[in-house]
Design a protein around this ligand. Structure first.
Ligand code: 4SX
Ligand code: FE2
Length: 337
């Protein structure tokens, strides 16, 4: 895999939105809008454009009705319109498929964009221009469910975590935390452009696949309340892992699966990473506090199951097998963690 750039990287601001294919839009609306509390910015018979109450742009999640549940693409916002051209040149120089999407032809609310299949095999969009949206920050009256404030991060499965790290480093991302073996084999890494723990993280495993979308609430009580609401309605089967406190990131978390199996993490209270000399914090893969600070075990489905991704023509991408398996590495020779 070629991750050595020969063209300058675009200035990425942040993880901005994802587009998921869902097989039943009404069921997806129940999960994402009624239960999680996303705000509906626009909807029609085939799609839903959603945002959190802190977001001042048109959407951070697009749900599109389709035959097969999949990730259509993830998207990063860049600093200037020129950075969209830079992104096109950057990925062309890497020999990757690149498609320009003029305003009006791609996602509603966006100006000119560029879509690429990146060196890890993921469909990734870069855009600058997006419609501004009405301020909802103090509309406490319309909040409900988990009261989602904003998109926080993408977590992606890839067989080659060191290559993913190298690629995102070349795009100017910093690394906040890692999970490593005794010889510093890289099992997982958390990388950022905005000044939080991450915009993107890599879970070592079969890929390219989407592991989860991380969405932020303001406080941990909203995470707990979200779990309680699923329980009260007899919908506890949507809860996969947590609530808990992460080791990595120190965030409070809850993982849910939507009606199509897409995983979402309700996430809050990580920390500031914006200082120029911010250092990477490294966890050993056998430290039982790394993924849950209270030592609760991670269930198998969390390591193994994920969402397939589409290429630029809308076909399912083939999946490469995992190289390192954290779920077995974390267990010592005595069978204990
Ligand atoms: O499970 S981990 O504690 O490693 C973790 C997983 C930390 C932060 C995340 O956003 C995440 O998905
Ligand atoms: Fe996450």
């Amino acid at each position: 895999m070629n991750t050595t750039p020969s063209s300058p990287a675009p200035d990425v601001i942040r993880s901005a939105y994802a587009q998921l294919v869902v097989t039943d839009l009404a069921k997806a609306r129940w999960f994402w809008v009624d239960m999680l509390g996303f705000y509906v910015q626009y909807e029609d018979a085939h799609s839903l454009y959603l945002r959190g109450t802190d977001e001042l742009t048109h959407h951070s999640l697009v749900l599109r009705q389709g035959e097969t549940a999949a990730l259509d693409h993830i998207a990063y916002r860049v600093r200037t319109p020129e950075d969209v051209d830079k992104a096109a040149r950057f990925f062309r120089a890497l020999g990757r498929p690149v498609r320009r999407i003029p305003a009006g032809e791609g996602t509603r609310g966006l100006g000119d964009a560029v879509r690429v299949l990146d060196p890890l095999g993921f469909p990734v969009e870069f855009f600058y221009d997006i419609e501004r949206a009405e301020r909802l920050i103090q509309r406490y009256d319309i909040r409900h469910g988990a009261e989602i404030a904003r998109l926080d991060h993408f977590n992606i499965c890839t067989p080659d975590v060191p290559a993913a790290y190298a690629h995102y480093e070349s795009l100017g991302f910093g690394c906040s935390e890692t999970i490593e073996g005794d010889e510093h084999e890289l099992y997982a890494a958390w990388m950022y452009r905005k000044q939080t723990v991450h915009d993107v993280a890599f879970t070592g495993g079969a890929g390219p696949r989407l592991h989860h979308l991380g969405v932020a609430t303001h406080e941990s009580h909203q995470v707990l309340r979200c779990a309680d609401i699923f329980g009260s309605l007899g919908k506890e089967q949507h809860i996969e892992r947590g609530p808990g406190r992460h080791g990595v990131s120190n965030a409070f978390y809850l993982y849910l699966r939507d009606p199509d199996g897409h995983r979402v993490e309700v996430y809050t209270s990580d920390y500031y990473t914006g200082d120029p000399d911010h250092e990477t914090y490294r966890w050993n893969v056998r430290d039982d506090r790394r993924r849950d600070f209270w030592g609760n075990a991670v269930i198998e489905s969390w390591y193994k199951e994920a969402t397939p991704v589409l290429d630029l023509e809308g076909r399912l991408c083939p999946v490469g097998e995992a190289q390192l398996d954290e779920s077995t590495a974390a267990v010592g020779a005595d069978g204990l963690g």
